[in-house]
Write a protein that binds this ligand. Structure first.
Ligand code: URA
Length: 458
């Protein structure tokens, strides 16, 4: 077949016409190996972001990106291997608790995770606050960790989906990140390269998420599930709300402490509910449990101490200081804290998660520029969360100053107070879990879990 002209391909997409599988593969391969310049690829990405893609084009794009690199097919080695992906939220420490919890129930789980993106924190940054923790495992090390302790969380390797790495760097600077076909191909090319048996997706919506509305999040969830069809990986998605920071801790070391609290049964209600819901689906997807036995098994793992013991073993297997589980002072700790007090009495009506995420970055808990280093001890701890009743003068939150002094600390504390809205009326409680979608088209159901008042029994 003659080599298609990139110029013709991008014009075709600009006019809104569908590209063929051959054209998509040619353009992804050409760009990955340097034959297509950034300016032509940028133009094509913008045309895709504006015109969208058909399901077939999207599948071809995902396949071309997946095939640009190594495919590990880990499910061939482990009877059942799970993976989980979250589209990211402020205070999202779910993976840190989910991996050892699921592994403590005999289910293998491996995750290739990322660093902080925009206002949301990154799982790898949080894990690297643990002294010695190695988040750069080789494939052999991942397999050894899985064989020894049943779980591993690490960064992606150079060999996985190189097309995505190059494309994402370009999207990041050309305003083309927020495109459902491009997001789908990016996420799924990396996830499917690992070759898990099952993938659970946590697609977030609300003020703290990239997708603000439920409809947008549902569209992304359906798109991600459709990309998994026919690949040998079973996928399900929970669409979950993030209207406030998840849990009470936002930062890095403080989120590790909170994740360990979840595994002891002492975690905040919202984040515990979410981890339990995702873990339950993973256990059910393994085919070894039904919904009820999955929950009972997970709850028993916490009650018996098996889940927290598994966290110690996992951290040690990845080279980290497992003593942090029982002695959190071994983690980087704040040099000082500033208390944010309630100016009036009433109910905590709302906490702006986007504002909190941006404020955490200013404290050093996230990056303003890619090359910035993280101050692992910096962050925010909420004493009160949405729905709590407060009296004037009560402490609402603590701003944690890490190892670097922050000149505008007082100003940031005042800003945090502005992000916590107090009202006379209690806020309406909205369900955390909006929808549960399975991989079969049109199958979606409202879930009971995550509804107000549905507290996990740990
Ligand atoms: N995360 C990814 O890995 N890719 C995207 O495009 C967006 C979020």
């Amino acid at each position: 077949m003659p080599k298609p002209s990139v110029y013709d391909i991008l014009n075709k997409k600009r006019r809104g016409e569908a590209l063929t599988d051959f054209e998509i593969t040619a353009v992804v391969t050409g760009f990955t190996w340097g034959g297509i310049p950034d300016y032509q690829m940028s133009a094509l990405l913008m045309a895709i972001a504006i015109q969208g893609m058909t399901t077939r084009e999207q599948a071809a794009l995902m396949r071309a990106m997946l095939e640009s690199g190594e495919r590990w097919n880990l499910r061939a080695r482990f009877d059942f291997l799970a993976d989980k992906h979250s589209t990211g939220g402020v205070g999202d420490k779910v993976s840190l608790a989910l991996a050892p919890w699921v592994a403590s129930c005999g289910i293998h789980i491996a995750m290739l995770s990322g660093r902080g993106l925009g206002h949301t924190g990154g799982t790898l940054d949080k894990l690297e606050s643990i002294p010695g923790f190695n988040a750069h495992l080789t494939r052999d090390e991942i397999e050894r960790c899985l064989a020894d302790v049943g779980c591993a969380i690490t960064t992606s390797t150079e060999g996985i989906a190189p097309a995505d790495r190059k494309l994402y760097a370009l999207r990041d600077v050309t305003g083309t990140v927020e495109s459902i076909p491009l997001i789908t191909a990016s996420i799924m090319s990396k996830k499917l390269a690992l070759g898990p048996s099952a993938l659970i997706l946590d697609v977030k919506c609300g003020a703290g998420a990239f997708m603000k509305s439920e409809d947008e999040a549902l569209e992304l969830a359906r798109s991600l599930l459709s990309a998994a069809r026919g690949t040998g990986t079973t996928a399900e998605a929970l669409v979950t709300r993030i209207d406030a920071p998840l849990g009470r801790a936002v930062g890095n070391a403080n989120e590790v402490i909170e994740a360990m609290d979840i595994l002891r049964g002492d975690g905040p209600e919202d984040v515990t509910t979410l981890v339990l819901a995702l873990a339950t689906r993973i256990l059910v997807m393994s085919g070894r449990f039904d919904e009820s036995s999955a929950r009972t098994t997970l709850e028993e793992a916490v009650r018996s101490g098996r889940a927290i013991e598994h966290a110690r073993r996992w951290i040690e297997a990845q080279g980290g200081d497992a003593e942090v589980v029982d002695h959190p002072k071994r983690l980087p700790s704040p040099s000082r804290t500033l208390e944010v007090k309630a100016a009036r009495s009433g109910y905590v009506h709302a906490i702006d998660p986007y504002g909190v995420g941006m404020l955490a970055i200013r404290l050093g808990a996230g990056r303003e520029k890619k090359e910035d280093s993280i101050d692992y001890a910096a962050g925010i701890l909420f004493e009160r969360v949405t729905g709590d009743r407060v009296a004037a003068g009560d402490t609402l939150a603590r701003v944690q100053i890490g190892s670097r002094e922050v000149e505008e600390a007082d100003e940031l504390s005042a800003k945090l107070a502005d992000l916590i809205r107090i009202d006379n009326l209690a806020p309406e409680r909205r369900p955390l879990i909006v929808e549960h979608l399975t991989g079969t088209p049109s199958e979606g159901r409202r879930s009971n879990e995550g509804q107000p008042g549905h507290r996990p029994r740990l």
